[in-house]
Design a protein around this ligand. Sequence first.
Ligand SMILES: Cc1ncc(COP(=O)(O)O)c(C=O)c1O
Length: 374
Amino acid sequence: MSWNRRLPAIRGKAYFASCSQGPLSQDVMKAIKRYEDSILRWGNPWDEWMEEVYKASDIFADIVGAGRDEVCPHYSASSALISLLSAFKPDKRDKIVTTDLDYPTVGVTLAGMKRMGFDVVTLRSREGCIGLEQYEEAVDERTLMVAVFHVSALNGFRQDIKAISEICRRKGAYLLVDAYQSVGAVPIDVDRMGIDFLVAGTTKFLLGIPGAGFLYARREHAEGLEPTAVSWFSQKDPFLFGREEMDFRDGAKRFEMGTWSVVSMYAAAAGMSIIKSLGVTSIWEKIIRSRDYLRDRLVEEGFELYSPPDQTLGPTISLYVGEKAHRLEAYLKRRRVIASARGPGLRFAHHFFNTRDDCERAVEALSRAVKRLP
Ligand SMILES: Cc1ncc(COP(=O)(O)O)c(C=O)c1O
């Protein structure tokens, strides 16, 4: 089956918006239908639903190279992050380091942590990227955690997570990675990259729908952590009424909260199964070819990049278009080229299904747009 058939959302389009919402697949549509059928048939088939939730959690674990006990299902990257951070109190280590290229999920959650007494240090980007020397300078014996993106949602810059992790190790700080803009597109191996904690949702390169996210917590850390932003599913016996003491589940599952968005987990499992069966390494090879082809063509046509030109990038390149970004997005959409505006940039996210033809359609539509849009 061709991808045009299996991904109805890309039919007749040059689809470059996986950094916003991955295209809906027939696999996901069928999974949603299975959820609907399960309600119509059984009313409340909780055992079947729980199986699907943990199936999704296990596939996510496989995709990031984690043990299945090290991953916990959540509702969004935000909820996973909040649950994790609730396990920490400021003491000798009261500093958390982040960056201004991080998605507001991280920045705003950490602003909340300031009220808990944490000192949050935000590294300021220079020419669209954060240098390793900035981490060297900022991370010290007071640093509890470095909480940073793998690929920036703003400009596509991809950080060297292994190198950041080595800095964290030397200074005794944890490394938490927001991998929402890379997972499913860029290979991730939590062990090899030295990641302690990772959060992501499934709507983007994992091809799911809103309402599903995951937290990875390294086994040796998870067992010692006692989160406060938790609920009945974080307990060994979720149905115990009148509880006065916490009795956490083993491993990362202690970070669960209440009832899941089950339909989102059906969709997540189906979307991630496509990614797993293709293999992220081979997806990434295709992405690099398509991304670099478009980048070279845009430069050739005289467009200015918002993505840092000489830095490592993830699957997305962003074009500098200033305040026209949203109007340009709408103009291209009418020509069936689907891109995504963010800040002063127009983002073109590449995935395994993108072709050179898609790139040429984008270049052509952009060339017309600059002549027509004031
Ligand atoms: C890097 C990154 N982190 C987090 C989010 C949002 O996560 P959530 O809404 O699941 O908390 C996004 C969404 O665009 C993102 O790109």
